[in-house]
Design a protein around this ligand. Structure first.
Ligand SMILES: *[C@@H]1O[C@H](CO)[C@@H](O)[C@H](O)[C@H]1NC(C)=O
Ligand SMILES: *[C@@H]1O[C@H](CO)[C@@H](O)[C@H](O)[C@H]1NC(C)=O
Ligand SMILES: *[C@@H]1O[C@H](CO)[C@@H](O)[C@H](O)[C@H]1NC(C)=O
Length: 583
């Protein structure tokens, strides 16, 4: 496929200023990102040892970013001439290619500081380069900063991070983000949006065909199949569709627990398995089943059966250990996973991720870099679901970390990235209502995308003055859709537990989207890819509108669900049969 517009650079890059003395050039710096205060949950521990090494990742500016985003919308918008014409890895690399001047400039900058860049790896598919084994002392000179060891007060884990970093002024147009620097979110601090609930009533267990009504008391694959009308669909055995589950936090999906779960709740699928792919030294300890991992895989496998499922166990641990000589791990799970997956020639058509951070705890340059990688994944043809969070409009004290101490709703990233489909939670049946922990609201980093302009302005009219000043009315509204989020039966270490969270909702929607993608592929069509332009337009009637409930937080009642889109349940919960007819 020919890509248009590649010859024209969207950025005005600083020309090589050969006359300026090198020392001046690389020492003239401006701050790229700085925190006012140490991110919540961490405390200063010690200076970072000068001779420790880590891998430095640079996100290079993409002169063709605008073309890439236009391309994402073209291939994702029904009725567009290019709808469904997703890009291959090779085609994508054309759009993520840095400006010709960028790598030579970066090379000069490293040379000036005497840092060996020969063991540098440029991703073939994305705009990232990794420079291996940089010492703390070298990184401090490079970035005009001081690295310290910060300790997570609850877990005691140490991370090596900095409160701010700078780039030479000449590189501002060339380097978007450097990591690790100011993104503290460790694998632990990154919230797994699930929690254990008291053991549910077991007396009705061992029934593999359950009515939708059962979902009102405890959620099983079979009641979800009834509630969201997937029961009548049999995926074709020989399509190429795959469902991918992204896992972090040393969470391992257990094979034996899946078999026990299926035997109990969906015997017809009891032979189903999944594959574990270990990314960035991610583990797979089958003696240590994770609540989140088991929840995710048990519901994606059962709802999408017999579509193959892949569980990605992404490392990011161990955290910095001052008593060991091993190099510090960069601990940047989103970047590691996205760079890995985008480097594959063929990728699953459907993904779900049940993790998130308070948006304000993620530096904006970092959040934008991750969000742009998610845009690449959508352009490659993937439908990407993320949990919307478990604390309504905000957990904790909701204090802004910009030094103002203002109170504001705290949206969850990556759910706020406009290029993913954020999934909120519901509970009960007839009527299905918003569950009170369902994360939702408006981004303070990302502007409202066109696809939801009408839906969101309709809600803002309904809202009037309520919550004014606590949210950003020009921000991207989330979630986009919702699904049941409470009382999920999950087998963990052989024992059935009841688990809740939008962590449960996202895999549920992903299971249903995987069926839709299978349906498209088995008809010889393209998979759905990035869903939002479709679901806010021609497929909007494929959702059960949720019109009651609210998502309290920050000492407020939060937002109210109502007719049409709302920042509690989005467009509503999926009706597979209706969606199948609309896509
Ligand atoms: C980085 O350092 C480690 C440990 O010293 C070594 O094993 C590894 O080969 C180095 N990597 C590169 C790319 O030089
Ligand atoms: C599972 O596999 C076994 C052995 O291959 C087979 O006998 C059985 O029918 C399968 N069960 C289902 C539900 O497919
Ligand atoms: C609101 O969102 C816009 C668009 O992303 C952003 O530019 C602005 O800074 C945000 N305002 C606040 C107060 O967060």
């Amino acid at each position: 496929m020919l890509l248009l517009g590649l010859g024209v650079s969207a950025l005005h890059l600083t020309a090589l200023a050969a006359a300026s003395p090198l020392s001046k050039r690389w020492n003239e710096r401006s701050v790229k990102h700085a925190w006012e205060t140490i991110p919540k949950g961490f405390e200063y521990h010690a200076p970072a040892p000068a001779d420790y090494t880590f891998d430095l990742r640079l996100g290079l500016a993409q002169p063709h970013l605008e073309t890439l985003i236009s391309k994402l919308y073209e291939v994702s918008t029904p009725n567009h001439a290019s709808y469904g014409q997703h890009l291959s890895k090779g085609e994508m690399s054309e759009l993520t290619r840095p400006h010709d001047d960028t790598l030579p400039l970066v090379q000069d900058w490293f040379d000036y500081h005497g840092i060996d860049m020969s063991n540098m790896k440029k991703s073939a598919a994305t705009n990232f380069v990794t420079v291996y084994n940089v010492t703390i002392a070298q990184a401090e000179k490079l970035l005009g900063t001081k690295y310290n060891v910060y300790r997570h007060t609850q877990t005691g884990d140490n991370v090596v991070r900095t409160m701010s970093y700078s780039l030479p002024t000449d590189l501002f147009g060339h380097v978007d983000v450097v990591a690790p620097t100011t993104y503290f979110g460790t694998t632990r601090a990154m919230r797994a949006t699930s929690f254990l609930q008291p053991e549910a009533d077991e007396k009705n267990a061992n029934i593999d065909v359950e009515s939708a009504a059962t979902c009102g008391s405890r959620v099983t694959p079979s009641c979800l199949q009834s509630l969201y009308s997937t029961a009548g669909y049999t995926p074709s055995a020989d399509t190429t569709s795959v469902l991918g589950v992204a896992g972090y936090l040393d969470e391992y999906a257990n094979e034996e627990d899946l078999t026990t779960f299926l035997g109990k709740y969906l015997p017809d699928a009891s032979n189903a398995t999944f594959e574990t792919v270990q990314v960035n030294d991610g583990g797979n300890d089958q003696n240590d089943p994770g609540v989140e991992a088991n929840l995710d895989i048990q519901y994606t496998v059962s709802l999408s059966y017999p579509i193959p499922n892949v569980y990605y166990s992404t490392g990011g641990s161990p955290p910095f250990d001052e008593d060991s000589n091993t190099p510090t791990n960069t601990n940047e799970p989103y970047l590691d996973w996205l760079n890995y997956i985008l480097d594959q020639d063929s990728i699953p058509q459907t993904f779900t991720t049940s993790y998130g951070d308070d948006e304000q705890s993620v530096p904006q340059d970092y959040a934008e870099a991750v969000c742009n990688l998610l845009a690449q994944l959508g352009t490659r043809g993937a439908s990407i679901m993320f949990s919307s969070g478990d604390f309504g409009v905000g957990g904790g004290d909701c204090v802004n970390n910009d030094g103002s101490n203002d109170i504001a709703f705290q949206p969850i990233f990556p759910a706020t990235c406009p290029y993913v489909t954020a999934v909120g939670g519901t509970t009960g049946v007839s009527p299905e209502t918003a569950v009170d922990f369902s994360g939702g609201g408006f981004s303070r980093y990302f502007a409202r995308p066109d696809y939801q302009a009408d839906a969101v302005s309709g809600y803002l009219d309904f809202l009037g003055d309520t919550n004014q000043g606590l949210y950003n009315e020009s921000g991207r509204g989330f979630p986009d859709v919702a699904a049941q989020g409470s009382g999920f039966q999950v087998v963990i270490g052989g024992v059935t537990n009841s688990v809740g969270g939008t962590s449960a909702s996202s895999p549920t929607v992903a299971g249903i989207v995987a069926l839709l993608n299978d349906y498209k592929i088995s008809n010889g069509e393209s998979p759905l890819g990035f869903l939002n332009p479709l679901i806010y337009s021609t497929a909007v009637d494929g959702f059960n509108d949720i019109t009651s409930g609210n998502n309290p937080g920050c000492d407020t009642d939060g937002f109210e669900a109502t007719t049409g889109w709302d920042p509690v349940t989005g467009l509503g919960t999926p009706d597979f049969a209706k969606l199948q007819a609309l896509v």
